[in-house]
Design a protein around this ligand. Structure first.
Ligand SMILES: [Zn+2]
Length: 319
């Protein structure tokens, strides 16, 4: 079996792994919950176990893989394989040599990339962005992440490009989870939306959002809870999603004005769930801010689903 690659998508709630052949077909996959206690070593141990399971399904030893790519949150250094400030992972404020640690355990070469950037590249090569040469990936979930492919190549800047969630959509506006004010994510990120819903609910605004959350045994307002509330005509949920779409349209249009890409690929938990439903509203909001408005970019919903991050990570060995 020639040239099989491993991919690991390291998320705040789950570790998704895949074994991928050169055509992008997934031959094995496994998912484990991300440890919520311990530290980077414990997370690395689970990553190794999850990749071994996927390799077992594909009938290959991890040492026989031509490489293992990792899509990581936080500050992921592609050159050194060190990951720093992954704040949604346990005790990962500092730096940890994730690439080296995994490479020793797996017996294969390991490359580390940014989780959103590799998911964008997966959509570019194999998903909703296949027909385009330049695109912006917008991953609308807990936060709002972004990735860039320009003229067929990933654009990383000095390592921190693509932070589209922190495009400013309102000067002096709402407080963002990053600590600054008026970022797109302060209006559209799932966790910022939840904080705003809670604040307005405590001030007396009626909503079923938190009742639905309890009824379905969820620890947070997931994309599914938001959808249920909107289906029931919940006023606050509708208002906050409309506000998120407005912010997304404003921020994404500003990025389009700068880069003039052929397409925008909308992914992430909220993006995939609401992309089709709100496509018209989103493109209308974008249209208000596009400087060249007679040929707007194509806007498509990401098509690789939950496996996109792991497949994209495996592509770190195809660049
Ligand atoms: Zn921010």
């Amino acid at each position: 079996m020639a040239d099989l690659r491993g991919g690991i998508d390291l998320g705040g709630t789950k570790i998704q792994t895949a074994i991928v052949d050169p055509s992008g077909e997934v031959l094995g996959e496994s998912r484990r919950p991300t440890p919520t206690e311990g530290g980077p070593e414990d997370v690395a141990t689970e990553m190794v176990a999850a990749l071994r399971e996927a390799a077992g399904q594909a009938g290959v030893e991890t040492a026989a893989l031509s490489g293992v790519g990792v899509g990581s949150p936080g500050d992921a250094d592609e050159k050194t394989g060190v990951v720093s400030s992954a704040r949604n992972l346990p005790d990962w404020e500092g730096s940890f040599p994730l690439g080296e640690t995994l490479s020793k355990a797996l017996g294969a070469e390991v490359r580390i990339g940014n989780d959103v950037q590799v998911a964008t590249e997966a959509e570019f090569h194999l998903g909703a962005g296949r027909e385009f040469q330049s695109l912006i990936g917008v991953f609308w979930g807990t936060g709002v992440g972004g990735g860039l492919v320009l003229d067929g190549k990933p654009w990383l800047g000095r390592g921190a490009a693509g932070e589209i969630g922190h495009m400013v959509v309102k000067r002096g506006g709402a407080k963002c989870p990053c600590g600054r004010k008026g970022c797109m994510e302060a209006y559209a990120g799932r966790s910022a939306m939840e904080a705003e819903a809670r604040r307005q609910h405590e001030e007396g605004e009626k909503t079923d959002l938190f009742k639905l959350m309890e009824k379905h045994g969820k620890p947070r307002l997931t994309s599914g809870i938001w959808e249920r509330a909107i289906d029931h005509g919940d006023h606050l949920a509708t208002k906050l999603i409309d506000r998120a779409i407005e912010a997304l349209g404003t921020g994404v249009a500003s990025a389009v004005n700068l880069l003039d890409p052929e397409a925008v690929i909308l992914g992430g938990g909220l993006g995939v769930r609401f992309g089709d439903r709100y496509m018209e509203a989103l493109t209308e909001e974008m249209g208000k801010h596009l400087f060249v408005d007679e040929r707007p970019p194509a806007v498509r919903v990401a098509s690789l689903g939950d496996l996109g991050g792991a497949i994209g990570a495996s592509l770190l060995f195809a660049r």
